[in-house]
Write a protein that binds this ligand. Sequence first.
Ligand code: ZN
Length: 378
Amino acid sequence: MPVSISSAFDSGNIEVVRKASETDWVLRIAKDAGGRFFQWFHFRLAGARGLPVVLRIVGLNGSAYPEGWPGYAARISADRIRWTTAETHFEKGSDDGTLTIRVTPASDFLWIAYFAPYPLERHFDLVSRMALKPGFSARVLGLSLDGRPIDLLEVGDGPCPVWIYARQHPGETMAEWFMEGLLEALADPACASARLVRRAARLHLVPNMNPDGAFRGYLRTNAAGANLNREWADPSPERAPEVLAVRRAMDETGVAFALDVHGDESLPHNFIAGFEGIPTLRPGQLERLHRFTERLALHAPEFQTAVGYPPSLPGKANLGMSTNQLAERFGCVAATLEMPFKDCAELPAPETQWSPARAKALARSTLAALADLLPELR
Ligand code: ZN
C-alpha cells in the first residue's frame, strides 16, 4: 500500500504540494475564507508504519503568526486520544518558511495537528452529555452562516450573570478543551468552587462560537472570512450572525463577569488581557479584574501576570473585541484568557507541551478564582 495523506474530515486542513517519495512530503496549509489567515493544520498519515517520514509544511512566513513557529512542536496521536509532540524544526529561510516534522509511526494511522483537535462531533457529544446533568439546561442562541447551531449551556441558581465563551477563533482548540474542563467541574458535586459559583451565579456557557470555522479547519474566521473577535461593535446578520446571537442573549441577561477563552500562537504563557482602554471605565472595574487575575495566579501555578499583551492606551480600546465591548457595554469585569500552543514556560512538560489535560485543569483553577471574586460582583 502506498503512503497517503488526507484531511477531508471534520476540522481537517492540509494540501499536498508534492510527494517527493513515499517518505518525503511537501505540504501547505489552506487559507481561511477571505484568504488572509492560515496556521491550523490537521491531517492523517496512513500506510507509514515503521517508516521514517519527513513532512515539510512550506510557505509559513505568510501565516497569521510566523513568530509562532520557532520553539513550536507539532502534535501527533495514533489513537486520537493521547497527543504527544513530534520532532519539529522551523527554518525561516527555506521555501518561504518551512516547518519540518519527522515521524516514524508505530501504527498504520498517524494523526498530525497544530494542537490536539476538538472536532465538531466532540462538541455535540459534550453539549449533549452536559445537558443531561442535574441543574443544566441547553438552548440554541442562533445559527451560523452554514446553518450550524450556536449552543448555550446554562447552570446555577444565583443572581449574578456570568458568561464564559470560547473558540471565536476556531483553530484555538485548547479553548474548547478548557470549556470541557469547566463544564465537567461545574457538574462535579465534589467540586467546592463549582458549588459556590452555582449558588451565587447564573452561568451562561458557549463552548464553541464558531462551528463553521471549526468544521472547515480554519484558524481565525467564520464562513464569511470574518474574524469574530473584531465584530462585537456592530455585528451584522450577513457577516457575523454568531456574534449577533450571543450579544443579543447577553443584553437579555446582563453581564457581571465575562471570560473569552483563546489560545496564543506565539507566547509560551497563560495570561489575561483586559479592557484598560475603554472610553468609560467605572470605579473599581479594573481593580476587580486585577483581583481576579491575582487570584487565578494563586490557584494556578501555570498562570502568570508578568508577560502578556501591552494594554491599550486610554480611550483607544478596540470595541470590536468582545472583552472591550462587554466591559464598556455592561461596566462588568471582562477578560480574555490566552493559553499557549507551545509550552508553558513556568512549568514545562516537553512530552506534551500545553495539552488538553492542562487546559482542563486550568479551567478548574479559573472556577476557584471566580468563586473568590463573586462576593464583589453582587
Ligand atoms: Zn484567539
